[in-house]
Design a protein around this ligand. Sequence first.
Ligand code: RB5
Length: 145
Amino acid sequence: MKIAIGADHAGFQLKTAIVQYLQERGYEFQDFGVFSSESVDYPDQAALIAKAVAGGDFDQGIIICGTGIGVSIAANKIPGIRAALCHDVFSARMARAHNNSNVLALGARVVGPGLAETIVVAYLEAEFAGGRHQLRVDKISKLEE
Ligand code: RB5
């Protein structure tokens, strides 16, 4: 699984913690920045990650801003992206299992690094359940036409 990860300035520190986690666990990933706390606009970072995933070079994206709301709204504007804002483990599992999400959005001002890491583990280890859920995900894709 190839993962694209990115953040705005508000998510920079949490991204650093998650990058370290991904490294320690041997995940294949690319860090799209930012690499400092200097202010940037979250739609730019969300678009980078969303386009990397939608383009097919990455299987999953992780995108972080202050609340996770801005980046999830922006990422979901890119065709083919199903970004899920998850601040609990159950939602993280269900986003993959039922919605076949391909971007996890997190809010660095909402969850601390410990919970964020648990959410990331749950998200990356979950699998799409298919079946009736495939039909529903197909209906989401049709909304892009
Ligand atoms: C930046 O201050 C903040 O607005 C941004 O990180 C995010 O929370 C937007 O949704």
